[in-house]
Design a protein around this ligand. Structure first.
Ligand code: PGA
Length: 248
């Protein structure tokens, strides 16, 4: 058996409605057929409970969480609240939140800690900008984000890292396999250095314009343990072939 099962996660961002949950049935069917692949969908907060009711075996997750357990944090949602509606996974530190909500590495780390402590599969996102890559600083930037965003202790939940170059998100520009391989190897080395043997078991996802036609090639890159998929996760027609590509 492979050391790490593939994990394919759909991030609906601020898209979808109750009617869109009809997409979950064919996705769940494909997930059942793709034995050995874990499949999850992260819709907006308002759709988590109804999505769980229609999940049929796929995991449902959230796109963010607050670091605190409760309190005066208008507009925010805690890990315990997500657990109560049976979400299983939480994404933290997506580049859109780092940019739009000015989330720092320390803030992302606190959120990850809160999610892991509640037992969530917790996806911590990292990734460089186009300017940083052009300046030859991609690995250095991502290493810094990892150092600042990953919580120290081992918790109940499963830590997952998603490498998403910012310039590849929603642009149709996908990183070339050689660059993905270089970055995932660097992330793996950093995880092993920091966590020892546990670092070999942490899944590393690639994200950024993953589509049906590039998924298979990306999934073959060493240390690519799955994908975080935005646009192509909104319909089963586009998402199912990505699940199938991970199945191989
Ligand atoms: P994309 O988004 O697949 O639409 O590029 C990926 C992400 O932001 O997680």
């Amino acid at each position: 058996m492979a050391l790490r099962r593939k994990l394919i996660v759909g991030n609906w961002k601020m898209n979808g409605n109750l009617a869109a949950l009809a997409e979950l049935a064919p996705i769940a069917e494909a997930a059942r057929a793709a034995a050995g692949v874990d499949v999850a969908v992260c819709p907006p907060f308002t759709l988590i409970a109804p999505a769980v009711a229609r999940a049929n075996g796929i995991a449902i997750g959230a796109q963010d969480v607050h670091a605190a357990a409760s309190g005066a944090h208008t507009g925010c949602v805690s890990a315990a609240m997500l657990k109560e509606v049976h979400a299983q996974l939480v994404i933290v530190g997506h580049s859109e939140r780092r940019a739009e909500q000015q989330e720092s590495d320390a803030a992302v780390c606190a959120k990850a800690q809160a999610a892991l402590a509640e037992g969530f599969q917790t996806i911590v996102c990292v990734g460089e900008s186009a300017a940083e890559r052009e300046a030859g600083r991609a690995v250095e930037v991502v290493s810094g984000q990892l150092a600042g965003s990953l919580p120290e202790e081992a918790h109940e939940g499963e830590l997952v890292v998603a490498y998403e170059p910012i310039w590849a998100i929603g642009t149709g520009k996908v990183a070339i396999p050689a660059d993905v391989a270089e970055m995932h190897a660097a992330i793996r080395a950093a995880l092993v250095q920091r966590f020892g043997e546990r670092g070999t078991r942490i899944r590393i996802l690639y994200g950024g314009s993953v589509k049906a036609d590039n998924a298979a090639e990306l999934m073959r890159v060493p240390d690519v343990d799955g994908a975080l998929v935005g646009g192509a996760s909104l319909t089963a027609a586009q998402f199912v072939p990505i699940v199938e590509a991970a199945h191989g």
